[in-house]
Unconditional design. Structure first.
Length: 183
Protein backbone atom coordinates (compact mmCIF):
# COMPACT_ATOMS: atom_id res chain seq x y z
CA UNK A 1 0.00 0.00 0.00
CA UNK A 2 1.43 3.37 -1.01
CA UNK A 3 1.13 5.90 1.83
CA UNK A 4 2.99 8.88 0.35
CA UNK A 5 0.06 11.28 0.54
CA UNK A 6 -0.68 10.42 4.18
CA UNK A 7 2.99 10.69 5.16
CA UNK A 8 3.28 14.07 3.45
CA UNK A 9 0.23 15.32 5.38
CA UNK A 10 1.84 14.05 8.61
CA UNK A 11 5.10 15.86 7.74
CA UNK A 12 3.24 19.11 7.09
CA UNK A 13 1.29 18.82 10.36
CA UNK A 14 4.38 18.02 12.45
CA UNK A 15 6.43 20.75 10.76
CA UNK A 16 3.71 23.32 11.43
CA UNK A 17 3.36 22.26 15.08
CA UNK A 18 7.10 22.65 15.71
CA UNK A 19 7.69 25.85 13.75
CA UNK A 20 4.65 27.77 14.97
CA UNK A 21 4.23 26.53 18.53
CA UNK A 22 7.03 24.46 20.03
CA UNK A 23 10.16 26.02 18.48
CA UNK A 24 10.24 29.22 20.51
CA UNK A 25 12.24 28.73 23.73
CA UNK A 26 12.60 25.02 22.96
CA UNK A 27 15.02 22.96 25.04
CA UNK A 28 15.95 19.28 25.03
CA UNK A 29 12.75 18.38 26.89
CA UNK A 30 10.70 20.17 24.23
CA UNK A 31 12.45 18.13 21.53
CA UNK A 32 11.60 14.91 23.38
CA UNK A 33 7.96 16.00 23.72
CA UNK A 34 7.86 16.82 20.00
CA UNK A 35 9.22 13.37 19.11
CA UNK A 36 6.57 11.72 21.29
CA UNK A 37 3.80 13.84 19.78
CA UNK A 38 5.02 12.84 16.32
CA UNK A 39 4.95 9.14 17.24
CA UNK A 40 1.36 9.47 18.49
CA UNK A 41 0.31 11.54 15.48
CA UNK A 42 1.86 9.07 13.01
CA UNK A 43 0.21 6.14 14.76
CA UNK A 44 -3.19 7.77 14.89
CA UNK A 45 -3.31 9.40 11.46
CA UNK A 46 -1.51 6.75 9.40
CA UNK A 47 -1.01 3.37 11.05
CA UNK A 48 -4.33 3.02 12.91
CA UNK A 49 -6.57 4.71 10.35
CA UNK A 50 -5.12 2.80 7.40
CA UNK A 51 -4.87 -0.45 9.36
CA UNK A 52 -1.24 -1.04 8.42
CA UNK A 53 1.18 -3.36 10.18
CA UNK A 54 4.13 -1.05 10.86
CA UNK A 55 5.70 1.15 13.52
CA UNK A 56 5.72 4.94 13.16
CA UNK A 57 8.59 6.48 11.24
CA UNK A 58 10.43 8.47 13.90
CA UNK A 59 11.69 12.02 13.78
CA UNK A 60 15.47 11.83 14.04
CA UNK A 61 16.93 8.63 15.39
CA UNK A 62 20.09 6.62 15.02
CA UNK A 63 18.09 3.41 15.05
CA UNK A 64 17.93 0.67 12.49
CA UNK A 65 15.94 0.83 9.28
CA UNK A 66 12.25 -0.05 9.21
CA UNK A 67 11.72 -3.15 7.02
CA UNK A 68 7.96 -2.53 6.99
CA UNK A 69 8.39 0.40 4.57
CA UNK A 70 10.07 0.81 1.20
CA UNK A 71 11.18 4.04 -0.48
CA UNK A 72 11.03 4.25 -4.27
CA UNK A 73 10.97 6.81 -7.05
CA UNK A 74 8.24 6.63 -9.63
CA UNK A 75 9.68 6.96 -13.09
CA UNK A 76 7.90 7.33 -16.40
CA UNK A 77 10.04 4.96 -18.46
CA UNK A 78 12.64 7.62 -19.15
CA UNK A 79 16.06 7.41 -17.51
CA UNK A 80 16.30 9.70 -14.51
CA UNK A 81 18.31 10.60 -11.46
CA UNK A 82 17.35 10.20 -7.82
CA UNK A 83 19.51 12.70 -5.90
CA UNK A 84 20.80 11.60 -2.52
CA UNK A 85 23.42 12.39 0.10
CA UNK A 86 25.25 9.22 1.05
CA UNK A 87 27.07 8.85 4.34
CA UNK A 88 30.80 8.42 3.87
CA UNK A 89 31.29 5.96 6.74
CA UNK A 90 30.18 2.50 7.83
CA UNK A 91 28.81 2.60 10.49
CA UNK A 92 27.39 6.02 9.64
CA UNK A 93 28.85 9.28 10.91
CA UNK A 94 27.59 12.84 10.52
CA UNK A 95 29.14 13.29 7.07
CA UNK A 96 26.90 13.03 4.01
CA UNK A 97 29.53 13.54 1.32
CA UNK A 98 30.16 10.16 -0.31
CA UNK A 99 31.16 10.83 -3.94
CA UNK A 100 28.04 9.24 -5.49
CA UNK A 101 25.19 11.76 -5.33
CA UNK A 102 22.47 10.15 -7.47
CA UNK A 103 21.20 6.76 -8.55
CA UNK A 104 19.00 5.82 -11.52
CA UNK A 105 15.43 5.16 -10.32
CA UNK A 106 14.82 2.52 -12.98
CA UNK A 107 17.40 0.15 -11.45
CA UNK A 108 16.56 -2.47 -8.84
CA UNK A 109 17.05 -0.78 -5.45
CA UNK A 110 15.91 -1.70 -1.97
CA UNK A 111 15.81 1.47 0.13
CA UNK A 112 14.23 1.49 3.61
CA UNK A 113 13.54 4.48 5.88
CA UNK A 114 15.17 4.97 9.27
CA UNK A 115 13.59 8.32 10.19
CA UNK A 116 12.78 11.82 9.05
CA UNK A 117 15.82 14.08 9.07
CA UNK A 118 16.63 17.79 9.19
CA UNK A 119 20.04 19.43 9.11
CA UNK A 120 18.82 22.29 11.27
CA UNK A 121 17.33 21.86 14.72
CA UNK A 122 15.70 25.27 15.16
CA UNK A 123 13.31 25.23 12.18
CA UNK A 124 11.90 21.82 11.26
CA UNK A 125 11.17 20.99 7.65
CA UNK A 126 11.15 17.17 7.83
CA UNK A 127 12.56 17.51 4.34
CA UNK A 128 14.55 14.28 4.15
CA UNK A 129 14.16 10.60 4.79
CA UNK A 130 17.23 9.13 6.40
CA UNK A 131 17.38 5.73 4.74
CA UNK A 132 19.42 2.55 4.61
CA UNK A 133 20.33 1.36 1.14
CA UNK A 134 19.72 -2.36 1.63
CA UNK A 135 20.53 -3.14 -2.00
CA UNK A 136 21.65 -0.87 -4.82
CA UNK A 137 21.62 -2.46 -8.25
CA UNK A 138 23.40 0.40 -10.01
CA UNK A 139 26.07 1.04 -7.35
CA UNK A 140 26.70 -2.06 -5.19
CA UNK A 141 29.22 -0.10 -3.10
CA UNK A 142 26.28 1.86 -1.63
CA UNK A 143 24.66 -1.28 -0.22
CA UNK A 144 24.50 -1.03 3.59
CA UNK A 145 25.12 2.72 3.68
CA UNK A 146 22.81 5.35 5.10
CA UNK A 147 21.70 8.21 2.88
CA UNK A 148 19.46 11.24 2.90
CA UNK A 149 16.77 11.48 0.22
CA UNK A 150 14.43 14.41 -0.26
CA UNK A 151 10.90 13.30 0.63
CA UNK A 152 9.52 15.25 -2.33
CA UNK A 153 11.31 13.02 -4.86
CA UNK A 154 10.09 9.64 -3.64
CA UNK A 155 7.08 7.59 -2.70
CA UNK A 156 6.77 5.33 0.31
CA UNK A 157 4.91 2.07 0.56
CA UNK A 158 4.08 -0.35 3.34
CA UNK A 159 5.22 -3.93 2.77
CA UNK A 160 2.11 -6.01 3.37
CA UNK A 161 3.53 -9.52 3.57
CA UNK A 162 5.59 -9.16 6.77
CA UNK A 163 4.61 -10.85 10.05
CA UNK A 164 2.61 -8.76 12.51
CA UNK A 165 4.79 -6.05 14.00
CA UNK A 166 5.11 -6.07 17.78
CA UNK A 167 7.90 -4.12 19.36
CA UNK A 168 8.69 -1.16 21.58
CA UNK A 169 7.24 1.23 19.00
CA UNK A 170 4.13 -0.68 17.96
CA UNK A 171 1.30 1.81 17.63
CA UNK A 172 -1.15 0.02 19.87
CA UNK A 173 1.29 0.33 22.79
CA UNK A 174 2.01 3.98 21.96
CA UNK A 175 -1.67 4.90 21.73
CA UNK A 176 -2.57 2.92 24.89
CA UNK A 177 0.21 4.67 26.81
CA UNK A 178 -1.06 8.03 25.58
CA UNK A 179 -4.63 7.24 26.74
CA UNK A 180 -3.34 6.06 30.15
CA UNK A 181 -1.42 9.31 30.65
CA UNK A 182 -4.55 11.33 29.94
CA UNK A 183 -6.49 9.70 32.78
Amino acid sequence: MIVTQEVNLFRETARHLWNTYLREDADFDTVDVFRNICRILFCEKIVSRLGINAPPIPVETDGNYLPQYKIFMTWNGQPGKLPLYVNRDLPPSGYWDYPIDWIPPEEDHDIRPICFFDFENEWRMLEFYRVRIVNCGSHPELTGRDALIYCKYVDIEVIDDLPEYKGPDDCQSILNLHVCRQR
